[in-house]
Design a protein around this ligand. Structure first.
Ligand code: PAF
Length: 281
C-alpha cells in the first residue's frame, strides 16, 4: 500500500472529510506527536478495526511542553512515520501547519480540573491544559466519531475522556493497552532519546512496578514497597523518581491499598529522559 496523503491545512482536511460525512461514515482519529512506534500503530489498527475512515494526526504541540529544551529535543520523523502507516490503509495523515491549530490571536484554553491536580499535572505545569486544548481542536477539526489513545498515558486518557463528556463532544474515546518492548519497557517516542546504556537500565522501572504490584497482591503495606522500590531505582541510576503512586483508576485519588480498581503510576528520570509508566493492580 502507499503512504497516506499528507494534509497540512484545515481546508484540505475539510475537503477530504466532506464526502465521508455525506456517506454517513464513521471517522477514527489517532492523535500523535509523531515518531511513531508499535504503540501508535496498535492504535491505528484499533481505529481501522472499528471505523470506516481513519485519520492519523501528527502535531508536536508547543502548548503541552513546559520546558523549551524538551520541545526542541522532541523527535521529528515525518517521512518515516508516513512510511510506517502505508500498510494500514490510513485515509489521511493530518500534519497541520502551526497556524492551522493556533491561528494568530488564539486565546482559548480548555482546562480539566481535579484529574489534572496530581502527578503530571503537578510535575509538568500547564501540560494538561495544552493536551486538552489541542485534543479539542483536533476532535473538532477532524470531526471524528471515535478517538484512540494509549493507556501508557493513563492520566491523559482520563483527562480527554472527561473533557469529551463534559463538553458533550460527539466522540467516543477508546483506551488501548500499553505496548511493551520484549524487556518490558513501555513504548514511547521518548525512548529514542535514551543512550544505549540508559536503554538497558530503563526496563527496571517496569520491573520495580511489577515487584510493588506483587507485594500489594500479597498484602504487604504500600508505603514500605514504595520506599524500597524508589531506593532500588535510585541505586540503579534513576536520578529522580517524581512519583510512584497507587491511585484509583477512575478518579486518580491516592490509595494506600488496592481496595478498588487501582493502578500504580510512576514517573522517573534516567540520563536526562523522563519516563512514565502505569500498570493495573
Ligand atoms: O500523547 C500524545 O502524543 C499527545 O499528548 C497528544 C494526545 C497527541 C496531544 O498532543
Amino acid at each position: 500500500m502507499t503512504p497516506p496523503p499528507i494534509l497540512r491545512t484545515l481546508a484540505d482536511l475539510r475537503g477530504k472529510t466532506r464526502s465521508w460525512h455525506d456517506a454517513h461514515e464513521t471517522i477514527g482519529v489517532v492523535p500523535t506527536m509523531g515518531a511513531l512506534h508499535d504503540g501508535h500503530l496498535s492504535l491505528v489498527q484499533a481505529a481501522k478495526d472499528r471505523c470506516d475512515r481513519v485519520i492519523v494526526t501528527i502535531f508536536v504541540n508547543p502548548k503541552q511542553f513546559n520546558n523549551a529544551q524538551d520541545l526542541a529535543n522532541y523527535p521529528r520523523t515525518e517521512q518515516d512515520d508516513a512510511r510506517k502507516l502505508a500498510r494500514f490503509g490510513v485515509d489521511a495523515l493530518y500534519v497541520p501547519d502551526p497556524d492551522q491549530v493556533y491561528p494568530s490571536g488564539f486565546a482559548t484554553t480548555v482546562s480539566v480540573a481535579g484529574l489534572t491536580d496530581v502527578m503530571d499535572g503537578i510535575h509538568r505545569p500547564g501540560h494538561f491544559d495544552g493536551v486538552a486544548t489541542v485534543c479539542t481542536k483536533l476532535f473538532t477539526q477532524t470531526t471524528a466519531t471515535d478517538a484512540f489513545f494509549g493507556e501508557k498515558d493513563f492520566q491523559q486518557l482520563q483527562v480527554v475522556t472527561r473533557l469529551a463528556r463534559d463538553l458533550d463532544l460527539q466522540i467516543t474515546i477508546h483506551g488501548c493497552p500499553t505496548i511493551r518492548d520484549i524487556d518490558g519497557l513501555a513504548l514511547s517516542s521518548r525512548n529514542l532519546l535514551l543512550s544505549d546504556r540508559a536503554r538497558t537500565l530503563a526496563p527496571r522501572l517496569f520491573e520495580e512496578m511489577e515487584t510493588v504490584a506483587s507485594g500489594l497482591n500479597a498484602g504487604q503495606p504500600f508505603g514500605e514497597l514504595q520506599r524500597a522500590a524508589i531506593d532500588r531505582l535510585e541505586k540503579t541510576g534513576f536520578t529522580k523518581v517524581e512519583y510512584l503512586d497507587l491511585r484509583a483508576a477512575d478518579d486518580l485519588h491516592l490509595l494506600d491499598a488496592p481496595t478498588r480498581p487501582a493502578r500504580l503510576f510512576a514517573a522517573a528520570w534516567l540520563a536526562g529522559v523522563r519516563l512514565i509508566d502505569n500498570i493495573a493492580v
